[in-house]
Write a protein that binds this ligand. Structure first.
Ligand SMILES: Nc1ncnc2c1ncn2[C@@H]1O[C@H](COP(=O)(O)OP(=O)(O)OP(=O)(O)O)[C@@H](O)[C@H]1O
Length: 343
């Protein structure tokens, strides 16, 4: 079902250099050479993004590609040089400082790579802090903070200080704090990149569990394509300030728009990304071993399909649309392409 757009940005630019607003007015769509000549850095260039309600939208790109600058433009922590941004249908760029402060306090939650906790406050005080800034009464803010601490699995550690917690636990505090004001949109800027790989994976699972409970609209920055495909509904790939492709993980792998995107997707195990829908064969007469959802990932159904004596039917919206047998699953898992095969 198509979801309503929550945040839309059109032709957003952020240039650093001498008099960027004037420069962009004179050159509405400057290419590399024009930027270089004028001594400009094109941190974000002509970004078009539509973030839909309830989706996990991942912005992926290497260091310096413009991810953080773009996300900061989306909350106007950085002032865009040009373009248009709408938040819930309101013109973000027309808002006053006071309106922006309200918006950031009430509707936006943020989590950062370095946790950004206040070292002299306890877990409880850190999590309750945004509500304190808003002037909520103590009992109310502590009750709400306790709720969030429990939801991120830190019950019992309310009175610890950040230095007494592991990195993963500190980030849980950061997550709880970002959620305490019940934001409508949640920005996470490389939240797990300071964590070691095992904890990082655990936190990704935890994040997906939380999203299953909370259904937030999420903008998640990462430079790690593996992380992006695990978490994303859609991914925008950035390079040199530009968004080179916005697509589902599956579309990125099947139809990379550029060689650059193809390079990123090359090492991804296809079974983790491809769905049964994109690798199924036309529906035969049976017999069938059972039914699979069209949106299920091949890796998740591989064991069942391989062990069964017959193919499975692939079902979409309650109707069979194709079939999937062991040979096709094995092709995906070992990366073998057959002539005429769908993927
Ligand atoms: N205040 C600034 N002044 C000048 N250039 C800047 C400024 N902020 C960012 N840039 C430049 O803009 C480009 C994009 O930076 P940005 O931090 O958005 O990239 P990123 O993809 O988030 O990188 P990272 O993953 O390393 O955080 C970089 O070339 C950076 O040097």
């Amino acid at each position: 079902m198509p979801r309503a757009p929550k945040l839309i940005c059109r032709d957003v630019w952020k240039l650093y250099g001498p008099d960027p607003v004037q420069f962009l007015a004179r050159n509405p769509s400057p290419e590399d050479a024009a930027l270089r000549e004028a001594g400009m850095i094109g941190a974000v260039r002509a970004a078009d993004v539509e973030i839909r309600e309830g989706e996990i939208f991942v912005i992926m790109g290497l260091s310096g590609s413009g991810k953080s600058t773009l996300v900061r433009c989306l909350s106007r922590l950085v002032e865009p040089t040009g373009g248009a941004i709408e938040f819930d249908g309101d013109d973000l760029l027309a808002m006053s400082e006071a309106q922006l402060t309200q918006l950031r306090r009430k509707k936006i939650g943020m989590v950062f790579q370095n946790f950004a906790l206040l070292p002299h406050l306890t877990v409880l005080q850190n999590v309750a802090f945004p509500l304190e800034v808003q002037g909520a009464p103590r009992a109310q803010r502590e009750a709400r903070a306790h709720e969030m601490i429990e939801i991120v699995g830190l019950k019992g550690r309310e009175h610890y200080f950040p230095r007494q917690l592991s990195g993963g636990q500190q980030q849980r505090v950061g997550i709880a704090r970002s959620l305490v004001g019940a934001p409508e949109i949640w920005f996470l800027d490389e939240p797990f990149s300071a964590l070691d790989p095992l904890i990082r994976r655990e936190m990704q699972d935890e994040f997906l569990r939380l999203q299953g409970l909370l259904h937030k609209t999420i903008v998640f920055i990462t430079h790690d394509f593996d992380e992006a495909i695990r978490l994303a509904d859609r991914i925008a790939v950035m390079k040199d300030g530009r968004i080179v492709q916005t697509a589902t993980p599956e579309e990125l792998v099947l139809n990379p728009a550029t060689g650059y995107v193809a390079e990123f997707t090359k090492h991804i195990p296809r079974g983790k990304v491809l769905t049964t829908r994109s690798v199924m064969a036309p529906l035969g007469d049976g017999p069938f071993a059972g039914d699979l959802e069209a949106s299920a990932r091949v890796a998740d159904v591989a064991d069942a399909v391989e062990a069964a004596p017959h193919p499975f039917r692939v079902i979409e919206a309650g109707r069979p649309i194709g079939q999937l047998g062991a040979a096709a699953v094995i092709d995906v898992l070992i990366g073998r392409q057959r002539a005429g095969a769908p993927a």
